[in-house]
Design a protein around this ligand. Structure first.
Ligand code: IVH
Length: 669
């Protein structure tokens, strides 16, 4: 190897790193990517190859060095030179006026300028940069000593490993997870039989404190920076400081505002009271900071909190309602889930009428009875949840609920297996399970058979036309037209949709079969590893476990599934019908997972077929972004029923407007 080769490689590596950092910033911070994911991956691959070929060019600050690292036995303590204090709280307008009064008295000024910021509901961290290089990062801990989570922070692409200026400073901010990503993460965990996170904050905190950085890297963590610890910068206001952080390419929440006096501050708080629910992340209040840093310094801090700032906390959305009834659902795996039917209440803008009671232990723990008045909230502002019973409201007429000992669908005995919270119906021919299996098989994320929803699945089963998913492929449209509410046109549409699903890649089929604990991710791993269903079918447990991320529980479930005689019958029907059992490898996959890369979506109004979070998850799963407000950067506004002012704004800015049907096409493509 000649030295000029090395020099050429060095130049190329420098250029590639600069370019990749730039694209990372544009994609993860600005939300304005210039290139698609494939081109980005290509740059990364080229850099990786050069670094491998010329080890002398390796550098811990290279963008290739974000993921990886060995799991730690425990986190090391890291001391905060400047303590990370908490904030005092204000719960109403009067307490904000009191705060302003105190500040005015202590400073001797009669009008104070405040900088108001959204209070992110996440986890506080500090990032230390030395000469522009990211050196260390820590959690807040007890405010004086935190935990060194540097390895995990390095995996967050929004955090630059190198700043554009060689400054030494400690930036402080909040790690969080978007609501849609939280939902998706929980769905994945549920499928894998793992406990779900109660809310996005717990998900963020749990993720950033993972001892294995590879696991942390797989979590959709994000960050906003809002302040400084130790530094020697000569900024003179909080507003200037935020602008400076932004200039350093550190992500800053753009929704801050300068307010003069407590009335303007209150207006800002009111403005965000409802609007905050449209943001893709959770906020639990407003942080009000004296804008001038010199005044901040003069005001100083108590042992607990600075005198120059206060947090206005929105009242948690929690309401009382009555449990009208408790019903049970039988899921596709036979799990029997109790659900509380509630007197309708409005919470965070939508009407809530039911809340899952999970299992009998949950009911016992909360002591919920039919007729009880309960307090409900939305976990992560999304999932209705019963917080507890208001016992004072009991009249004595409440009825205790017993989980059914017989399956409500097929009347076989129900069992609680050891180590499980759920009571199950174990009858493989239970009608409720079979119908749920059909629904799952046809669902959007599985075989995506349009038009085959719960009502139709139920009818097909009831009419004896379909007993398992294999039978779907033998339906003829004449058989359907006779059925209740099915016109000729929709019968032929359904048959066509079923026909079309035959060509789906293997991972959709594996997911659709509804094997216990096999979610979309495991299904994809299996499809990629084996390429053909028959190879998965005959694989031994050890072989399955050898796939990274597949544990013994999933492996055992797969082996058991393929051992069942019923499975053999279904697979034979599918194969005879010509359903695809293979996985196209390579580019196909990337195309599907990223065809919306670089596109920003905004939603307005109520969608018929999706909850807002589900629609957002669809976009994000395909590489797109979802934003809460329209700007020139927006690519699509998706409008449902009763769209608001966003529609006018989109028209003004010439943003493409999509109906729900068009949205489905764009997402599916
Ligand atoms: S300033 C000394 N600004 O709220 C001032 N904090 O209760 C320290 N938080 O530990 C905090 N958003 O985790 C500040 N825009 C914001 C914030 C914010 C969220 C959190 C932070 C802090 C807690 C204080």
């Amino acid at each position: 190897m000649s030295s000029s080769d090395l020099e050429k490689a060095r130049e190329r590596v420098t250029l590639l790193r600069r370019e990749i950092d730039e694209h990372n910033y544009r994609y993860h911070v600005l939300d304005q990517p210039l290139i698609d994911d494939q081109s980005f991956d290509q740059l990364m691959r080229e850099l990786q190859e050069l670094e491998q070929k010329y080890p002398e060019l390796q550098d811990p600050d290279s963008p290739t060095m974000r993921v990886g690292g060995e799991p730690l036995p425990a986190f090391e303590p890291l001391e905060h030179k400047v303590p990370m204090l908490g904030l005092d709280n204000a719960f109403n307008e009067q307490e904000l006026h009191d705060f302003d009064g105190r500040v005015r008295r202590l400073t001797g000024l009669d009008r104070i300028e405040y900088l108001c910021e959204l209070k992110m509901d996440g986890l506080a961290v500090s990032l230390q940069y030395e000469n522009g290089i990211f050196m260390r990062g820590a959690t807040r801990g007890d405010g004086y000593t935190g935990e060194d989570i540097t390895q995990n922070l390095r995996t967050i692409r929004q955090i630059p490993l190198q700043l554009p200026e060689p400054v030494t400073l400690e930036a402080r901010g909040e790690i969080y997870i978007n609501r849609a990503a939280f939902l998706q993460l929980n769905r994945q965990r549920e499928e894998q039989g793992l406990p779900v996170f109660a809310n996005p904050r717990n998900a963020a905190a749990g993720s950033v404190r993972q001892l294995d950085p590879r696991l942390a890297a797989a979590r959709p963590l994000r960050i906003f920076l809002y302040g400084l610890g130790e530094h020697n910068l000569d900024q003179n206001s909080q507003a200037g400081l935020l602008a400076y952080l932004d200039q350093l390419r550190l992500p800053v929440n753009p929704n801050y505002a300068l307010c003069t006096g407590p009335d303007q501050v209150w207006e800002y708080c009111l403005k965000w009271q409802d609007k905050r629910h449209d943001l893709p992340y959770e906020t639990d209040g407003i942080v009000i900071k004296v804008n001038r840093l010199e005044l901040q310094k003069n005001l100083g801090s108590t042992a607990r909190s600075p005198r120059w700032a206060i947090a206005f906390k929105y009242p948690p959305e929690e309401k009382a309602t009555r449990v009208l009834d408790i019903r049970v659902n039988v899921g596709r795996t036979g799990a029997i889930t109790p659900v509380a039917i509630l007197e309708p209440v409005t919470l965070s803008g939508t009407t809530v009428q039911r809340a899952s009671l999970h299992n009998e232990d949950f009911i016992a723990e909360k002591g919920v009875r039919i007729g009880d008045t309960v307090s409900v909230h939305k976990a992560g502002e999304i999932i209705p949840e019963i917080l507890g019973v208001i016992k004072d409201k009991r009249t004595g007429d409440e009825k205790e609920f017993q989980m059914p000992r017989k399956c409500p669908s097929c009347s076989s005995d129900t069992f609680r297996l050891s180590g499980e919270a759920a009571r199950r119906c174990l009858n493989p021919s239970c009608p409720a399970q079979l119908v749920e299996k059909l629904i799952h098989f046809a669902s959007r994320r599985a075989m995506d058979i349009e038009g085959l929803g719960p009502a139709l699945a139920e009818m097909l089963y009831r009419e004896g036309l379909v007993e398992d998913v294999g039978d779907l492929y033998y339906l003829r449209s004449e058989q359907l037209t006779g059925l209740e509410r099915i016109a000729e046109k929709s019968a032929s549409n359904l048959v066509a949709a079923i026909e079309k699903s035959k060509g789906n890649p293997l991972r959709r089929l594996i997911f659709g079969l509804g094997i216990n604990f096999v979610g979309e991710k495991a299904a994809r791993l299996f499809a990629e590893k084996f390429g053909h269903l028959d190879r998965l079918r005959t694989a031994e447990e050890e072989k399955l476990i050898s796939i990274p991320e597949i544990g013994p529980k999933i492996a055992e479930a797969v082996v058991n599934f393929f051992r069942m005689p019923e499975t053999g019958t279904v697979l034979e029907k599918l194969e005879q019908a010509g359903v695809n059992f293979t996985e196209p490898v390579g580019p196909d996959r990337e195309e599907e997972s990223a065809h919306l890369a670089g596109k920003t979506f905004v939603f307005s109004g109520i969608l018929e077929d999706y909850k807002r979070e589900e629609a957002a998850a669809l976009v994000e799963a395909r590489g797109g972004k979802v934003s809460s407000s329209i700007s020139k950067k927006t690519d699509y506004l998706v409008v449902g029923k009763e769209p608001g002012s966003k529609l006018d704004k989109a028209r003004d800015l010439g943003v493409e407007i999509l109906s729900e049907d068009r949205f489905k096409e764009v997402v599916r493509q």
